[in-house]
Design a protein around this ligand. Structure first.
Ligand SMILES: [Zn+2]
Length: 374
């Protein structure tokens, strides 16, 4: 494993791109921000909203939201600043929600005065598909992550809502692509093409249960053909700026509720307890997880120095939060032993070796090349 010289992002991240100087694409993309004319990008968004805004009682845009700080930022940009009439939609999961998550979900509809659809998958189905995906692929939320794209787009088509606004272009921000684009339509199409219905059928899920992940058919698409945008193309996206705006509008973090093991912040992915187990699964597979993600992001944003980032990653990146694990096992019906027996299949033998029934890193979290960096 090698890490980016500038931000410590590991090259084991799937799809990551590094240049010959050992710098990751996320850093290069971030540097490009300085040369972007943000005023003209904002004007583009203003003009786009002018084109789609309706005052006749119909929704003019659909915003998929979790209730998090980024959701607050999107609704703020579209409704408060640009007077759009959005419908919000949340795809729920069956993990136990945090108090903050419950409050934030409610706050979105109340503070911004928006109608809000909650789409909950059948709890029985959620448990089965999450177990299947965890056991077979090590990606517990494979099914629901497909539904997160499919359901809102189908809803937009069904309700004839011509504009869908996502927040961040994660592929661009995390540096798995150099293409910056205002439209997410290509990404959505790629995700739809990658949905493998036969995988679920082979594992006992019936076709009748797959409505939430079956993409809209082409004819349906043509009728409305919603434009799907990334807001991060139009406004400089920053998790801390989003947090500040969200807090002004009533968002609350986990400060008074839960101090998470392995986490260096308390305001990202806080809606439910067990969701972060899905994020932790990157650790056995790729040798890094959330601490690396957040630390390298903070470094790029100039909010964390490399020495502190290094210390933090060394100290925390391997950790799994016990409360999250408890809720994950309780919801899905695993004992802790069963959980670890399943995880056992996913440790990457290039990075880890097993001794006395425990997996240990073969080399330092930083590999050899990063040693001695400032
Ligand atoms: Zn980097």
């Amino acid at each position: 494993m090698h890490r980016c010289k500038k931000c410590f992002m590991p090259d084991t991240r799937p799809g990551s791109i590094f240049d010959e100087e050992g710098v990751c694409r996320a850093c290069r993309n971030y540097e490009k921000r300085k040369s972007i004319d943000w005023d003209s990008r904002k004007k583009e968004l203003d003009e786009l909203c002018d084109k789609y805004r309706r005052d006749d009682g119909y929704y003019d845009c659909l915003i998929p939201v979790s209730g998090g700080k980024d959701s607050h930022r999107i609704v703020y940009e579209m409704k408060v600043l640009r007077g759009m009439n959005p419908l919000l939609i949340t795809i729920g999961d069956a993990f136990t929600q945090t108090q903050a998550g419950l409050r934030n979900y409610r706050n979105l509809g109340e503070t911004f005065n928006c109608d809000h659809i909650l789409f909950d998958l059948s709890i029985d189905l959620f448990k089965r598909v999450t177990r299947i995906a965890f056991e077979k692929t090590g990606e517990p939320l494979k099914f629901i992550e497909a539904a997160i794209y499919t359901v809102p787009i189908k809803m937009a088509i069904e309700l004839r809502i011509p504009l869908v606004s996502f927040g961040e272009n994660a592929a661009y921000e995390y540096g798995t692509t150099a293409d910056e684009n205002n439209s997410a339509n290509e990404t959505v199409k790629r995700i739809f093409d990658s949905i493998d219905v036969s995988f679920w059928q082979e594992n006992g899920v019936s076709m009748k249960e797959m409505n939430a992940i079956i993409p809209p058919i082409n004819d349906e698409f043509k009728a409305t053909n919603p434009l799907v945008i990334y807001l991060s193309y139009y406004v400089p996206w920053s998790s801390t700026a989003n947090l500040d705006i969200a807090k002004r509008y009533g968002f609350c973090d986990l400060a008074h509720e839960w101090i998470r093991e392995g986490y260096i912040e308390n305001f990202e992915q806080i809606d439910s307890f067990a969701y972060i187990i899905h994020l932790w699964m990157k650790y056995p597979k790729f040798g890094f997880q959330r601490t690396s993600d957040i630390a390298s992001r903070r470094v790029r944003e100039g909010l964390l120095g490399l020495p502190e980032a290094k210390k933090t990653i060394n100290e925390y990146d391997h950790m799994i939060d016990q409360r999250a694990l408890e809720d994950y096992c309780n919801t899905l019906g695993y004992s802790k032993k069963e959980f670890w027996d399943i995880v056992d299949k996913f440790w990457n033998p290039d990075l880890f070796e097993k001794a006395d029934c425990l997996w240990r890193r073969k080399e330092d979290v930083f590999g050899e090349d990063v040693e001695g960096q400032e």
